[in-house]
Write a protein that binds this ligand. Structure first.
Ligand SMILES: [Fe+2]
Ligand SMILES: [Fe+2]
Length: 240
């Protein structure tokens, strides 16, 4: 009887020990599973999925910041040189670039990338030199560079990035058209053309969604992004 009781006690303690071991193994496995980092492929990581898009947008963002600051500096120089209407054109272009800058930083923020503007020094010459730089350097390569940017990110299919880079390209083409007449006069006829430009009143309107820059408000919708005309802001004539 005593033996039977002993057996029963030892059997019970064996069962308890087994259950305890199983419990500890179960807890251990759970903790181990938590400790193992998730493989990268199991998490949707936008920084991996949109690597090229992020690289191109970041590069374009810095370019827009620089253009915005450059046109702003050119505007101030044109005012100093007494070319108020040319200052007005640069003010409109600066506003358009600030729209591009804002849109690119918003897309990057949604992809988890925070960009900060840098304060690189801007070379400013006379108004004549500034106009020449804007067309000969800043705007001369747009039809070569933008198709390259779009081709580079095409496979990642980030529709908003593709759309807003295309909007930016179309706005830059408008800028080129707007200064084309003056640029053609940066040679010997600059003075005559500037005088003609000085006496002509021009109004500038910039779409605050896509940066479209026009001399007259469209009737209903933006010709670039198709949003309602209410997105357009008139750029005031700048003063010193
Ligand atoms: Fe731009
Ligand atoms: Fe627009």
């Amino acid at each position: 009887m005593r033996n039977a009781a002993k057996y029963s006690i030892s059997q019970t303690s064996n069962v308890v020990a087994t259950s305890r071991r199983r419990f500890l193994v179960w807890i251990g496995a759970g903790l181990a599973a938590l400790a193992i980092p998730r493989p990268l492929w199991s998490v949707e990581d936008p920084k991996t999925a949109y690597r090229e898009t992020i690289a191109v947008l970041t590069m374009l963002y810095h370019g827009e910041v620089e253009s915005h600051r450059r046109y702003d500096a050119y505007k101030k120089q044109a005012l100093k040189d007494g070319h108020v209407n040319i200052a007005h054109l640069f003010a409109a272009m600066a506003d358009s670039e600030s729209v591009h800058e804002k849109r690119f930083s918003e897309i990057l923020a949604k992809l988890g990338v925070q960009v900060e503007s840098t304060n690189q020094s801007i070379q400013v010459g006379s108004t004549k030199e500034n106009l020449k730089y804007a067309t000969d350097v800043e705007l001369s390569e747009i039809d070569v560079n933008y198709p390259k940017y779009l081709a580079r990110i095409w496979d990642e299919k980030h529709s908003k990035a593709l759309k807003y880079i295309d909007f930016s390209w179309k706005s830059e083409k408008q800028h080129r058209e707007l200064i084309k007449d003056i640029q053609s006069g940066t040679g010997v006829f600059f003075g005559i053309l500037v005088e003609r430009f000085r006496s002509t009143t021009v109004r500038y309107f910039v779409c605050q969604n896509c940066g479209s820059t026009l001399t007259a408000k469209p009737n209903e919708r933006c010709p670039i992004c198709t949003l309602p005309v209410s997105w357009y802001k008139e750029i005031k004539l700048p003063t010193l």
